[in-house]
Design a protein around this ligand. Sequence first.
Ligand SMILES: Cc1cc2nc3c(=O)[nH]c(=O)nc-3n(C[C@H](O)[C@H](O)[C@H](O)COP(=O)(O)OP(=O)(O)OC[C@H]3O[C@@H](n4cnc5c(N)ncnc54)[C@H](O)[C@@H]3O)c2cc1C
Length: 367
Amino acid sequence: MDDIVIIGGGIIGTATAYFLTKEGRKVKIIEQDPTYKKASFPLSLGGFRRQFFQKENILLGKYAREFIFQVPELLKTKKNPKPTASVVANGYLFLFGSDHASEQYEALKNHKQCEAGTKNIKGSELKEKFPYVNDQGIETVTYTDDKKEGWIDPYLFHSAIKSKAIEQGAQFIKGEIKNISEINSNIIICAVGYNTNNLLKDVPVVPQKHTVFRVNCPKHIPEMPLTSDFTTGVYWRPEGKEYLAGSPISTFDANDLEPDWEHFEEFVWPALAKRVPIFEKLKLTGGWAGYYDCNKLDNNAVIGKHPKYKNLYLASGFTGRGLMQAPGVGRALTELIITGSYQSIDLSALSVNRVLENKKTPEPYVL
Ligand SMILES: Cc1cc2nc3c(=O)[nH]c(=O)nc-3n(C[C@H](O)[C@H](O)[C@H](O)COP(=O)(O)OP(=O)(O)OC[C@H]3O[C@@H](n4cnc5c(N)ncnc54)[C@H](O)[C@@H]3O)c2cc1C
């Protein structure tokens, strides 16, 4: 019998394997597609932030930054002596209209309690700090400008963690698990992302297709933060000499990962040009679509032991934040498995039980 088997070698499964093998545990990871063509993590925007509503998510965001900045030392291996996550720490900028302002004032109390280090200004002060952003309809603004938030290269990040986990003894095996009962192991961890509901029918985490557009603009502002305009739901960030822009229009039950191109002219471009006038001149140069692992109950993660099984743990339902939460979640699952309780960040509010009992813990700040 195996010690620990992880189903899914994406970012959550691999980060969990890293922390478990660091503690000397014997871990096998079963991954259906080692090229990760449809996995969510390589298709993500790579953002890491602490600007959330829920305290658990703020704290996981703080740890993400701590871990990411230590990648060169923590993940050094013989095969990969200079690991990098290719960090761009431009910060995040969140823009709220009157509809979302009161919710954000509540969120700011949690930021303060968790020492998130975010800054808040009035909409009328926006142009002093970000002169290229139109302040029309903006009541309140939260941002960071001290390298606490930004984005990474998701593929490099995953490769670095995987390489270290392998050096520590993790064994990656190609295979598709169709039923949990196929596995004979002391402990099983289900980390299959958007595929969760196919293996665990009582966990409502399903694929939600999101499109990202790549655009070129004659004027480039390389220092622009990852910006989210909550009056429209559109978000964007620089990518090299271009920009990436995410559409808030998503699809459940999508048959393929073809981008929803029609949303660009209809919705995304007008929203971008309204908020950042230089974007009126931009040109669409590409794009892609990927699946969020969406927890239909409350858009928040499901983490912990499944009460209906004697040895099954799971971590899923991260929507647009699984990449940044992977280090904190991998560490938390390791603590839970080894000591029986969370030691660093208490994630019991995200338990599997809450989902089975239909108790919502919503996280409103989904990008
Ligand atoms: C467009 C887009 C933008 C995003 N932007 C961000 C962002 O800026 N920041 C952020 O933190 N997150 C972002 N995300 C979310 C993030 O990518 C996901 O939450 C995260 O990748 C989930 O990690 P995972 O390991 O659970 O799932 P995945 O990355 O999907 O990995 C799951 C793995 O399990 C394997 N698998 C599935 N079923 C089986 C099976 N039955 N047997 C064996 N293997 C199986 C899959 O092949 C896959 O490799 C974004 C996602 C998308 C789509």
